[in-house]
Design a protein around this ligand. Structure first.
Ligand code: SF4
Length: 301
């Protein structure tokens, strides 16, 4: 490397890129050329350490594959939106929801506070396990004021069987904020609810749809799974951030009674279109489902 400044290296291409490390080799040069061809690395751009090159290349491939899947999914969705498949899905899933409605105590109320509490407890928790604790909770703290005034340790000990230590604190803090900021009147908009600690789009939209009858569809992993399988979509790893899945969720939802529709999707994802071993054989959506058709074409070995 004599005569060259630290971090530079002469190679067959004739260019002398200002590397920030002196350990380049053939593989590194090839990697750099490929990155430049892909437009991911302008000539002369300082590179990080050698081992990062392999990672960058791998990432490039992953990004390209993900992009391809997204384009395919978009095409699929556009094709479906143009046909009666969305309406068919809505009609058949809605009918299934009417027949298999699961009766939980928080589904019998329109009280936003009670629904808010239930949604908080239900995050990634089994509904059957939540039901008895929810009933104790709303009996002990029937109003926002009761919850806001109680020491946090008491709420933590009540929610202990569910393992929701952090959530107990956020729930109580939310009650205090609603008391201070809204005078104890529960917020009525998604934006206001999103300001409360521990509240994401799912809880905010679910409360608005269920308690106030607002036409707000929800998207969580269960809903995403059903939409992805039925319409042959791919929403990426973080489902609730996928604009494609949001587009599908909004298109699929009916104009009225969206709260009931959200519950039907939830129940369907828990009972039929489960993450593992979905009940395709008995599924009322089977005849139009992309995923089921794919399984028939390429059955598991
Ligand atoms: S056929 Fe199978 S994959 Fe398709 S919606 Fe029904 S359960 Fe889910």
């Amino acid at each position: 490397m004599g005569g060259l400044a630290r971090g530079t290296h002469r190679y067959r291409g004739g260019c002398v890129p200002p590397y920030q490390f002196p350990h380049t080799n053939k593989g590194c040069i090839q990697a750099e050329r490929t990155l430049q061809m892909l437009g991911a690395l302008p000539c002369g751009k300082p590179l990080p350490r050698l081992w990062r090159l392999g990672g960058l290349l791998k990432k490039e491939k992953m990004v390209a594959a993900a992009q391809e899947r997204l384009e395919r999914s978009k095409k699929n969705l556009q094709e479906h939106l143009g046909t009666g498949k969305v309406k068919w899905f809505r009609r058949h899933l809605g009918a299934w929801g009417d027949r298999h409605f699961r009766d939980f105590p928080w589904r019998r109320t329109k009280d936003p506070y009670a629904i808010f509490v239930a949604e908080f407890l239900l995050q990634q928790t089994n509904a059957a396990k939540v039901a008895p604790i929810y009933q104790t909770f709303v009996a002990r703290y029937p109003t926002l004021g009761d919850l806001a005034a109680v020491p946090v340790e008491e709420v933590v000990s009540l929610l202990q069987p569910l393992g929701l230590f952090g959530r107990a604190e956020r729930l109580r803090r939310s009650a205090q904020i609603v008391l201070e900021k809204y005078g104890g009147k529960f917020p009525r908009t998604e934006a206001e609810l999103l300001e409360l600690p521990g509240v994401g789009p799912y809880i905010a939209r679910s409360v608005c749809a269920h308690a106030y009858g607002q036409p707000l569809a929800v998207l969580d992993t269960n809903v995403a799974r059903i939409l992805e399988r039925f319409f042959g979509l791919e929403g990426g790893r973080v489902k609730w951030r996928s604009s494609l899945l949001w587009e599908a969720a909004l298109a699929a939802a009916p104009k009225k009674q969206v709260g009931v529709w959200n519950l039907a999707l939830l129940d369907f994802g828990a009972a039929v279109c489960t993450a593992k071993n979905p009940g395709c054989a008995e599924c009322p959506l089977r005849s139009q489902c992309d995923w089921a058709a794919q399984q028939i074409r390429t059955p598991c070995p």
